[in-house]
Design a binder for this molecule. Structure first.
Ligand code: 13P
Length: 252
């Protein structure tokens, strides 16, 4: 049994309107309240414009709310961006940074991701730093190299287990229904923890939660969450339905 508390995190991406956010966050809050003591932390990451709706809906449930991205600057002339202080002010405790969709859609480099993560940490938020190889990179046998260099480049120096979560999301597994085998997932997670140790020390690396993301669902989550170095999930599609997300959490 790991000392790391399982984190079940939902990344809603760019889905749903305010009424959907209210129904989803409210439905999960009801389940959490009815469940009482649970053996996992739950985090939901709505679109920025719906964070306030979600925060209000989860009041008193213990569910945490996070952003899906943040700017590296505290404020200023950055049209369309969201600052870490805005996330905090709205009631967030976490921020996802470096998701592969942002690395692709917005040309985010490791350096940008690192700066965003550092800004989130400095504001007192937990940075959920995403990494993962493409299918082409996996086929070329570069899975460990790619994830190692993303850890080296995207994780701020001085990160701690308290202000950092790593999410391993193979790009080819996102939204596809395909996942690596359980052995492959465990191999990469153990490798990531080793690379993290080089950066933040054995002690912090041993305590840092490493989530698996990429087609995690009610059916495969029990096996994935049972792996030694898998400390939770970052879930896309299956986080958009109360029952699916709740079933994944029950598998923690
Ligand atoms: P899916 O669970 O839809 O594959 O998405 C995973 C993901 O990208 C979470 O950040």
């Amino acid at each position: 049994m790991s000392a790391r508390r399982t984190l079940i995190a939902g990344n809603w991406k760019m889905n749903g309107l305010a009424a959907d956010a209210l129904a989803l966050a409210g439905g999960l809050a009801e389940k959490m309240k009815a469940a009482g003591d649970v053996n996992f932390d739950m985090l939901i990451c709505p679109p920025a414009i719906q964070i306030s709706v979600a925060v209000a809906a989860v009041q008193g449930s213990g569910i945490q709310v996070g952003g899906q991205d943040n700017h590296w600057n505290a404020s200023g002339a950055h049209t369309g961006d969201t600052s870490v202080n805005m996330l905090k002010d709205a009631g967030c405790s976490c921020a996802i940074v470096g998701h592969s969709e942002r690395r692709t859609d917005h040309a985010e480099t490791d350096q940008i991701v690192k700066d965003k993560a550092a800004a989130a940490q400095a504001a007192g938020l937990i940075a959920v730093i995403c990494i993962g190889e493409t299918e082409e990179q996996r086929d070329a046998g570069k899975t460990l190299d790619v994830n190692g260099s993303q850890i080296a480049g995207s994780v701020p120096d001085g990160s701690t287990a308290a202000n950092t979560v790593i999410a391993y999301e193979p790009v080819w597994a996102i939204g596809t229904g395909r996942t690596p085998t359980n052995d492959e997932v465990q191999e990469v997670h153990a490798f990531i923890r080793g690379e993290l140790a080089k950066k933040i020390g054995d002690n912090e690396a041993a305590k840092t939660r490493i989530l698996y993301g990429g087609s995690m669902n009610p059916g495969n989550s029990k096996d994935l969450l049972a792996l030694a170095d898998v400390d939770g999930g970052l879930i896309g599609g299956a986080s958009l339905k109360v029952d699916d997300f709740w079933t994944v959490a029950q598998n923690a």
